[in-house]
Ligand binder design. Structure first.
Ligand code: URA
Length: 274
């Protein structure tokens, strides 16, 4: 059976959405896309396509780009957490904004001593507009409860990316670098005593390291914030990784025990809130 041009275009649109990670319906009612789908555009002439491939190169972590500069300007202009949230909502430099349902800014308590930084919202977080509310979030809560901490009293939580990457794919280096000015400003405005970097993406973004999380975890690192303050940061394993690899929970447990011990000793994080 041969397909009509409309059905072919509809099929192409569906394939594209699946490739972009659209794995669930957001609207209650179906949209009649076939009614307004234009015929697929003619492919660009071959020489043009060759030129685009030839100029592609990997993006280093902190490469300056016009969108990156716009992010830095917007972030620097925010003088409160509310202003920062508004600036991030206004920022149009990332296509992730178009595919996400909500901006996911933060959860937890303002003025908390510990700021947890994760990777990016998943489906539940995107739906509710809050970080770590799905299965990983529940494990995160249980992990901190085991050292007597809760998001209602001790934690302020955010992510490297404020928008869900389609299909929960791992954020790219370019996306991490793009949103970094917002994350650094977020830390400066939240003024925690110390940071917990949950997973490799948060560690890579804030420590600017190419080392994997298993090499970085288990010891304190220093992160320079925009106002020249240096904060201690503990990279640890991401709860989503722990859900898939329960044997690794003992390492995360050791990291949190170190955090608890060093905070109680009054060394790490004490007096950092100047
Ligand atoms: N994983 C993250 O890194 N952040 C969330 O908010 C949820 C899951």
């Amino acid at each position: 059976m041969s397909l009509s041009p409309e059905d072919t275009a509809l099929l192409a649109s569906l394939r594209w959405q699946i490739a972009m990670g659209a794995d669930e319906a957001i609207l209650a009612d179906a949209v009649a896309r076939a009614a307004r789908v234009a015929p697929p555009p003619a492919p660009p002439p071959a020489p043009q396509r060759q030129a685009a491939t030839a100029t592609a190169s990997p993006t280093p972590l902190r490469k300056a780009t016009p969108h990156g500069e716009a992010a830095a300007v917007l972030a620097a202009g925010a003088n409160s957490l509310e202003e920062l949230r508004a600036a991030m909502a206004e920022f149009t430099g990332s296509p992730l904004r178009e595919t996400a349902t909500n901006l996911v800014f933060s959860d937890g308590i303002l003025g908390a001593p510990v700021m947890v930084i994760g990777e990016a919202p998943g489906a539940e977080e995107d739906r509710l507009g809050k970080p770590f509310v799905g299965a990983s979030g529940q494990l995160l809560d249980r992990m901190f409860a085991s050292i007597g901490m809760s998001r209602a009293r001790d934690l302020y939580i955010t992510n490297i990316l404020p928008f869900r990457p389609p299909g929960n794919r791992t954020p790219t280096d370019a996306e991490i670098a793009l949103f970094l000015p917002f994350v650094l400003r977020h830390i400066a405005l939240a003024r925690p005593r110390l940071l917990v970097l949950a997973g490799g993406v948060a560690a890579k973004g804030l420590l600017q390291s190419r080392d994997g999380i298993t090499r970085l975890r288990g010891r304190w690192h220093q992160v320079s914030i925009l106002d020249a303050k240096v904060l201690n940061a503990m990279p640890t394993l991401h709860p989503a990784y722990l859900l898939r690899n329960p044997i690794a929970k003992r390492d995360a447990w050791a990291d949190l025990l170190m955090l608890q011990r060093d905070m109680n000793d009054g060394g790490i994080g004490a007096g950092a809130k100047s």
